[in-house]
Design a protein around this ligand. Structure first.
Ligand code: ATP
Ligand code: MG
Length: 334
């Protein structure tokens, strides 16, 4: 394992076209070793395709990808020793149990019989899969599979781990558990590149984020930098009487001097604010205008608003698993 390499991932101008679909259309990514990097984007943005190119599973049409300095196209054997990709592991044999699958992996990685057994039990315990340990994989739920995937990637703990939507479809408790595990991976020396459609996940986990839309990186930075790019504060306001909403909007726009990009929906007004301090003037104006408020808050913009501002459309919160390429495991022949 090269320990002096500062960059876990350096991708330049990556492109992949399927037919006339420019799935990935010139993506640059730099991921510093020892960090969590989030790739955020809606369905079909090109996240999985990008990861598959970085992970040597798919040949780019153009551009270069270096993993710890090694070229993903020219030196795939070395690159494969440095990475783990979730999704490749847990389906070794559907008729075998979770324990058996983990033991096979451990043995393949060179662990002794007793150690493999111990490791498997330890990981299943940590991921709350002890009760299901003896069940064949074909009877596992989606969430259980994902947990087993991540557990399998912890056996080897490669320097760079790709997690493609690690928590999509998980219940909140399991999700929190995954986040903890991901943080622990990084604390113990790994680098994690994860994709997500969940803004709060990127917010919680990632040191830096690339927002990707229609095959291109449309924004990049730390969470705070991205949020700051759309203004310092965000106002949310609800009026008591819905007939006041027009008036209230006018006052908000006048006082905050924002254009009519005040969005009113179900009696709620949201608007960007340059300075949180302006809220004092606004409250006075609203009182003078005889408008009664039901609710008001001023907060930092959420990543949701960031995404909306940058791309002009929101992030769909529903993942559609059928867009996952199902042949990733087959193509990865190591
Ligand atoms: N093997 C393939 N053959 C043809 N088209 C593909 C293939 N893989 C991906 N695509 C297309 O490329 C585009 C990007 O897909 P990709 O899976 O990378 O998106 P994604 O960001 O991972 O989306 P999701 O959030 O739904 O997983 C989509 O339009 C998809 O239909
Ligand atoms: Mg995907």
């Amino acid at each position: 394992m090269p320990d002096k390499e500062e960059w876990a991932v350096e991708a330049r101008g990556l492109k992949k076209t399927f037919g006339d679909n420019h799935a990935v259309n010139g993506v640059d990514l730099n991921v510093r070793a020892g960090t969590i990097y989030g790739v955020l984007g809606p369905n079909g943005a090109g996240k999985t395709t990008t990861i598959r190119m970085l992970a040597t599973l798919l040949r780019p049409d153009a551009g270069t990808a270096r993993i710890f300095g090694y070229d993903a196209v020219k030196e795939p054997q070395i690159v494969r020793q440095l990475i783990g990709v979730t999704g490749q592991y847990a389906s070794v044999d559907e008729s075998l149990s979770a324990t058996e699958n983990l033991i096979i992996f451990s043995r393949l990685l060179g662990l002794g019989r007793a150690e493999a057994r111990r490791k498997a039990a330890e990981l299943l315990e940590e991921f709350g899969l002890t009760e299901a340990a003896k069940r064949p994989l074909k009877n596992f739920s989606g969430g259980m599979r994902r947990r087993l995937d991540l557990a399998a990637s912890l056996i080897a703990q490669p320097p760079l781990i790709f997690l493609d939507e690690p928590t999509t479809g998980l219940d909140p408790r399991t999700r929190a558990q995954m986040w903890e595990t991901i943080r622990r991976l990084v604390k113990t020396g790994s680098t994690v590149l994860l994709t997500t459609q969940y803004l709060d996940e990127a917010d919680q986990l990632a040191d830096r984020i690339a927002v990707i839309d229609r095959g291109r990186v449309v924004a990049e930075g730390t969470v705070d930098e991205l949020k700051a790019s759309v203004g310092n504060s965000s106002l949310q306001l609800r009026v008591q009487n819905s007939e006041d909403i027009r008036n209230a909007r006018e006052i908000v726009e006048q006082v905050l001097k924002v254009r009519s990009n005040v969005s009113a929906e179900a009696g709620k007004i949201t608007a960007p604010m340059a300075e949180a301090d302006r809220v004092t003037d606004l409250l006075i104006a609203l009182r003078t205008g005889g408008i009664r408020l039901a609710e008001i808050s001023v907060q930092k913009p959420t990543l949701d608003e960031v995404f909306l501002t940058i791309t002009g459309h929101g992030v769909k919160e529903n993942a559609s698993p059928e867009t996952e390429p199902s042949n990733a495991a087959e193509e990865m022949r190591v």
